[in-house]
Design a protein around this ligand. Sequence first.
Ligand SMILES: NC(=O)c1ccc[n+]([C@@H]2O[C@H](COP(=O)([O-])OP(=O)(O)OC[C@H]3O[C@@H](n4cnc5c(N)ncnc54)[C@H](O)[C@@H]3O)[C@@H](O)[C@H]2O)c1
Length: 263
Amino acid sequence: MTSTLTGRRVVVTGAAGGIGAALAAALIDRGAEVVLADLSPEVSGTAAGLGPSAFAWIGDVSSVEGISALIEFADDRLGGIDLYFANAGIIGPAMLGENDADWDAIIDVNMRAHIRAAQALVPRWQEAGSGYFVATASAAGLLTQIGSAAYSVTKHASVGFAEWLAMTYREDGIRASVICPMGVNTNLLDAAGAGGAAQKAVTSAGTVLEPAEVAVIVLDAVEDEQFLILPHPEVLEMYRMKGSDYDRWLRGMSRYQARLEER
Ligand SMILES: NC(=O)c1ccc[n+]([C@@H]2O[C@H](COP(=O)([O-])OP(=O)(O)OC[C@H]3O[C@@H](n4cnc5c(N)ncnc54)[C@H](O)[C@@H]3O)[C@@H](O)[C@H]2O)c1
């Protein structure tokens, strides 16, 4: 089977483990060359396990300096970047958070990292007449995240930003997609706090998928240039319910939260 991803030069952020590592492995299966970027030095082992088409870069993918160094590294190893998966993410503080520092950290990783990478990549993609930006947001970016305001808000921002990119640069040959899963079996789900409201909300709302299952769904959708990627298809119906009667949806979510708290 031929893949439109064969020979593509790809960056995946947050690729030491979880969804990012699974995306990198699936991309390599389809014949792409991949730079795996992560703060965690474990990314070196992950890349080494994927063979000669995988290259590890260790650093912060949310800072301007980090992104510029990552792009330079990818240019050097791959000779350019055709697709950029802005996948690194953190769960951030519970509830409202306590201070600006709590919010700054999650805004940087879940939102500004996407903006900063696009600012660096879009001008060159416009010149080349092609390029593809894939953001890992979350079902929380369409619906909400019980127990975490900052996660909800930054994931909404990620959906809004990807949507804007997809609309604005379509005629330049640039594509964008956004991935909006519910539960996926990764460290982040554990970090949501065993037994806490955020974790209970995710694990009781639907099936918890394995990262490898998500990666196949995502790459199939990217090959079709589909914007909204829903590894849990039921999210579409939930999103429709929210859009069709916002107040009813809010009352329902509030009752759902109360039920989770009783458990
Ligand atoms: N697991 C889920 O249930 C779920 C559901 C919806 C969306 N997501 C999203 O999927 C994405 C991947 O998360 P995951 O579930 O695989 O969790 P994960 O914790 O396994 O992976 C996230 C990776 O991002 C890296 N990272 C964090 N900040 C970074 C930074 N500043 N620079 C470089 N790397 C950084 C971490 O070191 C980690 O390896 C995230 O954006 C997350 O919000 C996850």
